[in-house]
Write a protein that binds this ligand. Structure first.
Ligand SMILES: [Zn+2]
Length: 231
């Protein structure tokens, strides 16, 4: 069950997404009849953007259990948004509850923008066009403003939102996340590589390349690895 605090933070994220990201963006784009945005808190873990064509309405949901996960390093490390903050060095790659919640607002909003420019494709939503939009939200200062507003409004409502950075995932976490034989992905864009884990070290995994890099070995830091499937 989500605690009232988590639901209240999810609600706050919905409000900040609308007041900071949506209002600036919908003022700067004038194409066709203006769509509406319904931004809300959900009770479960599900966090998503969806477009309802019949009512010309965007919907963004922030799950209260997602907020709960992002308060606990053990659970928070499993979210794509956590890997994005580390891997793309948003806020110098510093992961904290505050950074993760602010980044999650941007992540879902980038899906909205991605839909609007016709770059959201079934089965490959986290594509280069998406990351270009997400990088843009960080580079323009919009992500900073989201973080500032979240922090300010949380404090005003006496809600707990921790800005203390989490330590990088330790070896113990790496051992619990991966096993030899796991198929993994690492790198980005045209440098994306796939391989198989042969050994788990303290902070890295030794990965044997597959496909065009077959036979080559890499020592890859844990946070940069993404599991595809388990052998
Ligand atoms: Zn996404």
């Amino acid at each position: 069950m989500p605690e009232p605090n988590h639901k209240a933070l999810a609600h706050l994220m919905a409000g900040v997404t609308r007041s900071v990201l949506w209002e600036a963006w919908s003022e700067s784009t004038h194409q066709g009849p203006p769509a509406r945005l319904h931004c809300r808190a959900g009770r479960g873990r599900a966090t998503y953007h969806r477009f309802h064509p019949h009512s010309n309405r965007h919907e963004i949901v922030f799950g209260a259990l997602m907020v709960a996960d992002k308060q606990m390093p053990d659970r928070g490390e499993n979210w794509l948004s956590t890997r994005e903050v580390r891997r793309r060095a948003y806020w110098n790659g510093e992961v904290s509850t505050l950074n993760l919640l602010a980044h999650t607002c941007c992540h879902e909003f980038a899906h909205l923008q991605q839909h609007c420019i016709g770059q959201r494709h079934y089965g490959q939503v986290h594509n280069p066009a998406f990351y270009q939009l997400l990088d843009g939200l960080h580079a323009s200062g919009a992500a900073d403003e989201v973080r500032r507003q979240l922090e300010r409004q949380a404090r005003a409502q006496q809600l707990q939102i921790d800005a203390q950075p989490w330590p990088a995932p330790a070896a113990r976490t790496l051992q619990s996340l991966f096993q030899p034989g796991d198929h993994v992905r690492f790198g980005q864009g045209k440098h994306l590589k796939t391989g198989r884990i042969v050994k788990i070290n303290r902070r890295t995994c030794t990965v044997e390349g597959m496909g065009r890099i077959a036979g080559r070995r890499y020592r890859v830091p844990g946070p940069l690895l993404e599991k595809i499937s388990r052998q």
